[in-house]
Design a protein around this ligand. Structure first.
Ligand code: GDP
Length: 305
């Protein structure tokens, strides 16, 4: 909770400084206030579509209650944002529980380089291990030697086995080996790192499709989860990446990292709404415990406190 509060601090301060300015001297929510609010939401990287949706809903409430006070604006915003996030994920989880009937549970992690993919995998492995689960990592980002080594550092640090091949080898083959190893070791979770090369969309799609197809030779319903990692501090780039990855493969959950370093935490709301994919994790720091299961109620609580 404290990490979350601290992680959102920059976004909060920026947002409320602007909002307070927008409502200064006004007792009622009027056109002016709404125009300003629209600008503030867009500049917080909520995204234009989602911003218009939120503004539209507030306008509706204003037209019903002509004397809606600016002091109520916080409460209304909070309700509307929680409502939007609930449309994508109705749950209220504060922990992610690996389904027991899928063993090993296979998570394929996708995202471009630099967004925090390796760190997220390391943090996840650590959390699963703390839950008493056996974890195997698969280093299927074979295009960069450093990617394999970096993941190895996390595997050693968390003390979980990692399946690797040489730099330049076939990613699908590493994924295949990783699942085999997971089955043999009776693992609960296998987490597969993949290369995040966006230079060519057709290649990306082919690569991810091949990895999936080869994994399914070991486990027909793998992967159970395709987790897209996005850097929350990159705003519109994160939207673009989400667009490309969702076009290339079926993304089932999101991790939005580096929220601690940005004033634009609104990206969490916009991306989830626009792509209709639940945010499962948020990264609010570099430490091993700074990856949190995303809970929309805690998020809005922390933000509108
Ligand atoms: P990859 O290339 O996608 O695998 O990215 P890395 O996992 O190597 O992360 C890139 C950098 O971002 C590293 O310096 C991480 O420590 C840092 N990082 C990752 N997640 C977070 C986060 O939630 N907050 C902050 N402040 N830094 C992060």
């Amino acid at each position: 909770k404290e990490t979350l509060d601290k992680g959102l601090e920059k976004s909060k301060t920026t947002f409320f400084t602007k909002l307070n300015k927008a409502v200064a001297g006004k007792s009622k929510v009027d056109e002016d206030v709404l125009d300003n609010l629209e600008e503030i939401l867009v500049s917080s990287d909520v995204g234009v579509n989602t911003t218009l949706k939120i503004i539209g809903r507030i306008e509706e409430r204003v037209s019903k209650d002509k004397y809606l006070g600016t002091s109520e604006l916080n409460q209304i915003l909070r309700e509307e944002i929680a409502g939007l996030l609930s449309e994508v994920d109705s749950g209220n989880a504060t922990e992610f529980t690996v389904p027991k009937d899928k063993k090993p549970y296979v998570i394929m992690v996708v995202g471009v380089n630099g967004v925090g993919k390796t760190t997220t995998i390391g943090k996840l492995a650590s959390q699963f291990k703390k839950q008493g689960l056996n974890v195997v990592l698969g280093a299927a980002d074979t295009f960069r030697a450093a990617a394999i080594d970096q993941l190895q550092i996390w595997a050693d640090r968390v003390d979980v086995p990692m399946v690797r091949q040489n730099f330049g080898s076939d990613p699908a083959s590493v994924a295949f080996d990783s699942l085999k190893s997971g089955v043999t070791q009776n693992a609960d979770v296998v987490i597969i790192d993949t290369a995040g090369r966006l230079h060519n969309k057709v290649n990306l799609m082919n690569e991810l499709t091949k990895i999936k197809r080869v994994m399914q030779k070991v486990l027909p319903d793998a992967p159970h989860d395709v987790l897209l990692v996005l850097d929350g501090s990159t705003g519109q780039n994160a939207f673009e990446q989400a667009k490309h990855f969702t076009a290339a493969t079926e993304v089932t959950s999101l991790a939005v990292t580096k929220l601690d370093g940005t004033a634009k935490g609104g990206v969490v709301i916009g991306i989830s709404d626009q792509f209709k994919i639940p945010v499962r994790y948020i990264g609010v720091g570099e430490g091993i415990d700074d990856l949190q299961v995303f809970n929309k109620f805690e998020f809005v609580d922390s933000f509108f406190k």
